[in-house]
Design a protein around this ligand. Structure first.
Ligand SMILES: Cc1ncc(COP(=O)(O)O)c(C=O)c1O
Length: 384
């Protein structure tokens, strides 16, 4: 982050719920849950719930708010879905562990299929991890500003949630200040910044949180340097778990498919917690076809990286302070004008970006669209 844009104000430590099972149900029970108020777990009743990015049902809108891929998935995905539809497979349950996908992904990533757990999107994987490792009243840690779902997962679980502010270079403090968290989530590249934690620093954090697991959320890793992933390190570390999604780089956000890579011992425990059939036959067929088509994947990845690299100087020219990104979005701030009205005006002009506000530290997170979409965005911003 530049010096003109100070790092975010640290949010209060220990934010989240303090649960005490011996307390009587609080008096607000029943207020928002109809007659069921007294049956709903207090932590669920008290939470706001995760608010996903806006999904407007307007085909004309240029959608740059939830980091979807502007290009279609591989043509092989459509063939695989079609073949599944016509082969009598809908009638039967899918492969519970997704062995066909695991073999294909294992080959591409160079890991044993036994090290892979499939999920209904990587959010499903993050939920499974929370349910497996975090007891009620336990502790989840993550850096901030970061992916806001981690806090909701802690709230659902009745766990505490603590955050550690990134420093002005979007690096993590040393030593890592939270001891004894049952689970630590670090997105790498991070959202909303698109930045990466240097490998040496990440390794220190991993060693310091041990024996508890460190989850490196690699939702955006395919847009980063080829050697940036932690997938290969999983073999050597008992407390490292990597999560991936096909929503972004494989253009399959609508299909919902993600996976985790960890030691076979960890995967065995996670498998007990997941729904037996958490991925359906269509998503399994689509995900397998997508990951097998590495040539198509590489083409899309290269196009997005090229567009991202031209977006940054263009947005800087327009007065934004843009953080160098390793992901398929850019974190854009400015000190001379408020950002929310820019988001609102763009929306009025049918361009949707994400306005994010972390306790007063705000910015626009703009996904990398197609070249035509970005040209339109830049033209509209110029006229604002
Ligand atoms: C950091 C991070 N992790 C995970 C996800 C979830 O992705 P999926 O679509 O696989 O659930 C997202 C989605 O935006 C994300 O930003």
């Amino acid at each position: 982050m530049s010096t003109t844009n100070p790092s975010p104000t640290p949010p209060p430590r220990g934010e989240g719920l303090q649960t005490n099972p011996t307390l009587a149900p609080p008096s607000f029970l029943g207020k928002g849950a109809g007659g069921l108020g007294s049956s709903v777990r207090p932590n669920v009743l008290a939470m706001k719930g995760y608010a996903p990015g806006e999904q407007l049902n307007d085909p004309e809108i240029i959608k740059l708010n939830t980091n979807e891929n502007p290009y279609p998935p591989s043509p092989r995905v459509f063939e695989a879905i079609q073949a599944t539809l016509t082969s009598n497979k809908l009638r039967k349950y899918p492969e519970p562990l997704g062995d066909t996908f695991r073999r294909a992904a294992g080959k591409v990533l160079g890991v044993d299929p036994d090290c892979i757990l499939i999920g209904n999107g990587s959010d499903d994987i993050l939920t499974i991890l929370t349910r497996t490792f975090v007891p009620e009243g336990g502790l989840i840690a993550s850096p901030t500003p970061s992916y806001i779902l981690y806090k909701s997962l802690a709230e659902i679980q009745g766990a505490r949630f603590q955050t550690v502010p990134f420093d002005e270079n979007w690096h993590l403090p040393q030593p890592w200040p939270i001891k004894g968290a049952n689970l630590t989530f670090i997105p790498n590249p991070n959202s909303p910044s698109g930045t990466m934690v240097p490998k040496v620093l990440m390794e220190l954090v991993r060693a310091q949180v041990a024996p508890y697991p460190l989850v490196i959320d690699e939702a955006y890793i395919d847009f980063a340097d080829d050697r940036a992933s932690w997938v290969q390190t999983v073999k050597h570390c008992d407390n490292l778990i990597v999560t991936r999604t096909l929503s972004k780089s494989y253009s399959l956000a609508g299909i919902r498919f993600g996976f985790a890579i960890a030691s076979p011992d960890i995967i065995r425990e996670l498998t007990k917690v997941k729904d037996s059939y958490n991925c359906d036959v269509l998503s399994l067929a689509a995900a397998t076809a997508a990951i097998e088509d590495q040539e198509y994947f590489a083409g899309v990845r290269a196009k997005i990286i090229a567009t991202r690299e031209r977006m940054r100087p263009a947005l800087t020219e327009l007065g934004f302070d843009v953080t160098p990104s390793h992901a398929n979005f850019l974190w854009c701030r400015r000190s001379d004008r408020p950002l929310k009205p820019i988001y609102e005006e763009l929306k009025r002009r049918k361009i949707l970006v994400r306005y994010m506000n972390y306790d007063g530290y705000d910015g626009l997170r703009i996904s990398v669209g197609s070249d035509a979409e970005i040209d339109k965005l830049l033209a509209e911003l110029k006229s604002l």
